[in-house]
Each structure stands twice: as structure tokens, then as C-alpha cells.
Design a protein around this ligand. Structure first.
Ligand code: HEM
Ligand code: HEM
Ligand SMILES: [Fe+2]
Length: 457
């Protein structure tokens, strides 16, 4: 770590990491609501919709805090100078954390705008906008003062600006429900399949350059290609949400064709990562960081590319729309693409922020965290998928009413719950491990020699 202001990433990571297990815990509560008939008195004070809002908003908040922390880490190094206004970054974190707490307490008392994922009411939206302006202003000013532009930094800033602009579309309330949902997807879809993908591509490129030592020109050339394909397919791909919304029929074609191409840039990211690994000039250490990088690109591909593709054609989506199939995809994609990317960046940055020599750390407990969490999420998503296919068959093919079809699905949500317990265990281990990273115990001499051989190979 070369710049003092890179340390600002640290408090962002800590807050993000504390929110993560809490978000998972509320997920378990949601699942329990499917297979346990809760007493009405409890449902009245803590309804499913409130818990769902807390689960998803905490998710989005901690992921965004992670991205911001990562940006504060990357920008000084890419621009070659300290962050312009470090104090502002602290105020921004306080504002966002305060918004999070107010939002959760507000939801408990019914203070909500109601639209899924964008529940926070207008006054809190305005605070978020203020914080976003502080953030973008701070990062842009640093880059302008430095007068040094790299593709990585440009992609990151571009993604972040796109992200902030899109949020504005979700603020007004449109009386016509079709129009309201139309713009809702500007935020939801264009975030996860547009702006956030740019951020992920930029952060991955940054990490790969730093740890593999592969030439910047090579990494950045492919970054441009990825970004172009992401934007091209992702923007028109929004159409896969406009099939049944009262929008013109051409969306069936546009959405079907372009969203079917969306896995392409994700495949490209996987191929690039593996190629840079092969060309790596540095040893692939620490191993756990590599497991995260590779696990991330692969589960990103499966969750978003494969599970997304599975229900993206209108002929299929006609049956699966809004079922547990969607929930299955939502979990695996969010986890594979954004949870793992955030944790990967933390595993990359935290040892450096803590000045551990050579960025090495004691990895032991961390492996448990990764495998429990990943196996848990994969199992949970498969259980949701089976429930979803069953639901689709019973409701959409067999014509059963929702509540009748819901009965046999309870078992599969229970299976998802059991896997969710494993996710919670893994997330807790990973978070505790990350928060207490320390220098490695020196390995025995034989293992060190073996490590060196692998690195040369
Ligand atoms: C890394 C961990 C997790 C992530 C990234 C995550 C993400 C999400 C997302 C994105 C949604 C909204 C889905 C949609 O709109 O289709 C959601 C809802 C939900 N999550 Fe999670 N979640 C996680 C952990 C869990 C766990 C451990 C459980 C427990 C089994 C769980 C159960 C649920 C349930 C039941 C819903 C509501 C689905 C519905 O509306 O029917 N989540 N979660
Ligand atoms: C990392 C990237 C992605 C994430 C995090 C993600 C997440 C989600 C979530 C949370 C939903 C549910 C929204 C809701 O109704 O509440 C959803 C819906 C959907 N996603 Fe993705 N997604 C990603 C990429 C993709 C890709 C690449 C495709 C297509 C190839 C895709 C296809 C779909 C479709 C068709 C729906 C609508 C399902 C329905 O009609 O109910 N997604 N996605
Ligand atoms: Fe989408």
C-alpha cells in the first residue's frame, strides 16, 4: 500500500462485513416463513414483506459499501496521488450507515415506498443521492487533479457514475403501475447487468494486474472488449423484463435475442482470468485469494450466465416468471458475481491495508468460510430451483391456485433453509477471518519448496 488515503477502504469493509451475516440471518427467517405457519400476531408486527425488504436492502447496502471501499483503495494507486478529500469519505460512510439504520428501523414501523429493493422512502433517497455526489465528486476530483487516466480507473468511474444516474429513475413515483415497473427495471436490471458488471470487470482487472504482474496493456485491451459487450447486451437485454408488462410486443424479440447474448461477456471474463493466470509472472499466492477469484468468475458464470439464460427466452419466461426459479437465479447470481467479488477484493486489500508482509496471511480458517458458503449457496439455489420448477408445473401448466401449489413447495424451501444454515456458518467464518487477518505461520521447508515448483509451473 503506497498511499495513506487507501486506508479509508478499511472502515467501509468493516461495516460491509458486519452487515453481511445479518442479511443472511434475515434470509433464513424469510425461508422459515414458507414452511412454518407463523402465528398471526407475529405476522402483524413483522410481516414477510418487511423482512424481505431488510434482507435485500442490507444486501445492496453492504455490496455498495464494499464497492466504495474498493474504489478508495484503487483510485489513489491508479491516479498516483492521495484521495482529494479524505474527511468527506468518512462523512459519506457515516451518512450511508445512518441511512441503513434508519431504513431498517423505518421498515419495522411501516415507513416504506413499497417497491421491492427500492423500498427506502424519499427523504432517505435524498441522503443517498447526497452521499453518492460526495463519493463521485471525491473520486473525480482526485482523478482530475492527477491528470492521469487509465482504462481501469475509467471503467470503474464510468460504472459508478452510471450506477448513480440510474438510481435517479427509481426515485419518482409514477401513478401508472406499468410505467413505475418500467423504470424500476432501469435500476434493478441495469445495475446488476450493466453498471455493476463494469465495476466488477474493472476491480478484477486491477487485482489481476497487481497479483499476476501481467502487462497492463494486455489486461486493459480485454477490459475494453468486455465492457463493450457487457453494455451492448445488457442495455438491450433489459427487454427480458418487458415481456408481460404492457410494453410493446417488439420487446419480446429485443429482450429474447439480446439477453440470450448476455452470458457472452461473462464467458469472456472467465477466459481472460484463466489466460492471465497462465501468463502470470508471479506465484499464485495466497492460495485462498486465488480460490476466491476463480470461484467468483465460475459462479458468476453459472448463476448469472447459465441460470439467467435458462429463463430468459419469452417462451420459457412465460411459465417461470416471478416463481422460485427467479429466486434461485437471484441468489446464485448475486452471490457468484457480487458477494464473491467483494470478498475477493477484501482478501486482496485487507492484508495490504494491515501491512502484512508481501500481502500474505494465515489462510487456514478462510478455506472453511469459502467452501461452506459456496456449497451452501449452490445447494440453496438448487433447492429453490426444484421448488420453482414444481411451482411452474403446478401453477402455470396445471392451473392450480397459488396457495394450493404452495403446499408441496414448502418442503423444498425447507431444504433451502438447511443449506442456508451452512451459508450462515460459512459467512460467519469468512467475516471473522477477514476481520482478524494476521501474518502466516511460516510453512515447513518442504511445503515451501513445493509452492515454488507450482509457481514456476
Ligand atoms: C449470500 C447470501 C444471500 C444473497 C446474495 C441473497 C439474495 C437475495 C435476493 C437478491 C433476493 C431477492 C430475490 C428476488 O427478487 O427474486 C432474496 C430473497 C430471499 N432470500 Fe436471500 N440471499 C442470501 C441468503 C439467503 C439465505 C441463507 C436464505 C435462506 C434460505 C435466503 C432466503 C431468501 C428468501 C426466502 C427470499 C424471498 C424470496 C421470495 O420473495 O419468495 N436468502 N435474497
Ligand atoms: C450478476 C448478474 C445478475 C444478477 C445479480 C441477477 C439478479 C436477478 C434478480 C435478483 C432477479 C429478480 C428480480 C425480481 O423480480 O425481483 C433477476 C431476474 C431475472 N434475470 Fe437476472 N441477474 C443477473 C444476470 C442475468 C443474466 C445474464 C440473465 C440472462 C442471460 C438474467 C436473466 C434474468 C431474467 C429473465 C429475470 C426475470 C425473471 C422473471 O421473469 O421472473 N439475469 N435477476
Ligand atoms: Fe435482467
Amino acid at each position: 500500500m503506497r498511499y495513506q488515503t487507501q486506508r479509508l477502504a478499511y472502515p467501509y469493509f468493516v461495516v460491509a462485513l458486519l452487515l453481511f451475516p445479518l442479511q443472511v440471518l434475515v434470509g433464513l427467517w424469510l425461508a422459515a416463513n414458507y414452511f412454518i405457519t407463523m402465528p398471526q400476531g407475529l405476522v402483524d408486527v413483522f410481516p414477510f414483506a418487511t423482512a424481505r425488504a431488510i434482507h435485500t436492502n442490507l444486501l445492496v447496502l453492504w455490496l455498495l459499501l464494499g464497492f466504495m471501499g474498493a474504489t478508495f483503495y484503487v483510485i489513489p494507486e491508479e491516479t498516483g496521488r492521495e484521495l482529494a478529500w479524505p474527511r468527506l469519505a468518512v462523512i459519506q460512510l457515516a451518512l450511508l450507515a445512518g441511512t441503513g439504520v434508519s431504513a431498517v428501523v423505518g421498515f419495522l414501523f411501516g415507513w416504506t415506498q413499497g417497491r421491492p429493493l427500492l423500498e427506502i422512502p424519499l427523504p432517505l433517497d435524498l441522503v443517498v443521492v447526497a452521499a453518492a455526489l460526495m463519493f463521485l465528486g471525491n473520486v473525480a476530483m482526485t482523478a482530475i487533479r492527477a491528470r492521469r487516466w487509465t482504462a481501469t480507473q475509467g471503467a470503474l468511474l464510468g460504472g459508478l457514475t452510471f450506477l448513480a444516474l440510474l438510481y435517479l429513475f427509481g426515485i419518482p413515483f409514477y401513478q401508472n403501475a406499468a410505467i413505475d415497473w418500467y423504470y424500476w427495471w432501469f435500476v434493478i436490471h441495469l445495475w446488476v447487468e450493466g453498471a455493476w458488471e463494469l465495476i466488477v470487470a474493472a476491480l478484477t482487472a486491477f487485482m489481476l494486474m497487481k497479483i499476476t504482474g501481467v502487462d497492463r496493456r494486455v489486461v486493459e485491451k480485454w477490459l475494453y472488449v468486455e465492457l463493450g459487450v457487457f453494455l451492448f447486451t445488457g442495455v438491450a437485454g433489459t427487454g427480458h423484463h418487458y415481456y408481460w408488462l404492457g410494453t410493446p410486443a417488439y420487446w419480446l424479440w429485443v429482450g429474447g435475442i439480446f439477453s440470450a447474448l448476455e452470458p457472452l461477456p461473462i464467458v469472456l471474463m472467465v477466459v481472460d482470468t484463466f489466460r492471465f493466470v497462465r501468463e502470470s509472472r508471479a506465484p499464485l499466492q495466497p492460495r485462498l485469494t486465488w480460490i476466491y477469484i476463480v470461484g467468483g468468475v465460475l459462479l458468476h458464470l453459472v448463476g448469472a450466465g447459465l441460470f439467467g439464460f435458462a429463463h430468459t427466452l419469452p417462451q420459457i419466461n412465460y411459465y417461470t416468471h416471478g416463481s422460485q426459479v427467479t429466486v434461485s437465479h437471484g441468489h446464485l447470481a448475486f452471490f457468484g458475481a457480487y458477494v464473491l467479488l467483494n470478498l475477493t477484493f477484501m482478501y486482496f486489500a485487507l492484508p495490504r491495508l494491515r501491512s502484512l508482509p508481501g500481502g500474505a496471511y494465515d489462510q487456514r480458517a478462510g478455506h472453511w468460510g469459502f467452501w461452506l458458503m459456496s456449497a451452501g449457496v449452490v445447494g440453496m439455489s438448487l433447492a429453490f430451483a426444484v421448488g420453482g420448477v414444481l411451482q411452474t408445473y403446478l401453477e402455470r401448466v396445471g392451473g392450480q391456485p397459488y396457495m394450493i401449489a404452495a403446499q408441496p413447495i414448502r418442503f423444498w424451501i425447507f431444504v433451502a433453509f438447511v443449506h442456508g444454515l451452512v451459508v450462515l456458518a460459512g459467512a460467519t467464518v469468512a467475516v471473522v477471518h477477514l476481520l482478524r487477518l494476521r501474518a502466516p505461520v511460516p510453512p515447513p521447508a518442504t511445503e515451501r519448496a513445493a509452492g515454488a515448483t507450482v509457481a514456476v509451473a
